[in-house]
Design a protein around this ligand. Structure first.
Ligand SMILES: O=C(O)COP(=O)(O)O
Ligand SMILES: [Mg+2]
Length: 222
């Protein structure tokens, strides 16, 4: 890989497994609405396009009233934010890899479709906040992934050109946003991808975050 000056990470399904806390918050809302509860596999198939899309998919799957979606999303956010880091944990190899990448002097960023407040809460609760020079949430800009704007905003903050950056994500929106921004894209083979990982169009697939370091170490040194 040619010269690498920064790495941008997706959050949900890439750095952290947040499915249980998202499921629990969705289920509080569904219970208030008298709708059935959803399980972990269902919520994983709904994560990836931000909080509003998650609520829309959950309400739709359980037969709720989508005409009240805005109100339901507004009620979901404080429910989720109150307990966003209860069961959420970093995937294996994440902490060690972030620490080593910082040791190489690489600027790191998070670009997620999750709302910014919950993103910061999770990063702080897991001791990850200090690794990142830029954090862009799903509500930071008018656009979110797969639009390239959040990635470009993070890179502008870091002062790094797109061609010198790498995006690591778990979902189609990460690869599409990276491509649109002119950034290389890796995909992890865990997480909440809505289609087979091999079909995401990533430049490379990695099975655990620990595989990232040896790949980028050489490129970062060039
Ligand atoms: O909140 C979501 O739906 C997904 O967030 P992500 O972009 O970190 O995967
Ligand atoms: Mg993700």
């Amino acid at each position: 890989m040619s010269s690498l000056k920064a790495i941008i990470f997706d959050l949900d399904g890439t750095l952290v497994d947040s499915a249980r806390d998202l499921r629990d918050a969705v289920n509080v809302l569904l219970a208030e609405e008298g709708l059935r509860q959803i399980d972990l596999d269902e919520v994983k198939s709904m994560i990836g396009d931000g909080a509003a899309k998650l609520v829309e998919r959950a309400v739709s799957a359980t037969g709720g009233d989508l005409s009240r979606l805005l109100e339901l999303v507004a009620r979901f956010l404080p429910i989720y934010e109150a307990n966003a880091a209860r069961h959420t944990e970093a995937y294996p190899g994440v902490v060690e890899t972030l620490s080593s990448l910082r040791g190489l002097g690489l600027p790191l960023a998070v670009v997620t479709n999750k709302p910014y407040t919950a993103t910061i809460d999770i990063l702080e609760a897991l001791g990850l906040r200090a690794y990142f020079d830029a954090v862009v949430g799903g509500d930071t800009l008018p656009e979110r992934k797969p639009h390239p704007a959040p990635i470009l905003a993070a890179l502008k903050h870091l002062g790094v050109a797109p061609e010198a950056a790498l995006m690591v994500g778990d979902n189609y929106h990460d690869v599409r946003a990276a491509r649109a921004a002119g950034v290389r894209a890796f995909a992890v083979t865990y997480g909440y991808s809505h289609k087979p990982h091999a079909e995401l169009g990533a430049d490379r697939l990695i099975n655990t975050m620990s595989e990232l370091l040896p790949i980028v170490a050489n490129a970062a040194a060039v």
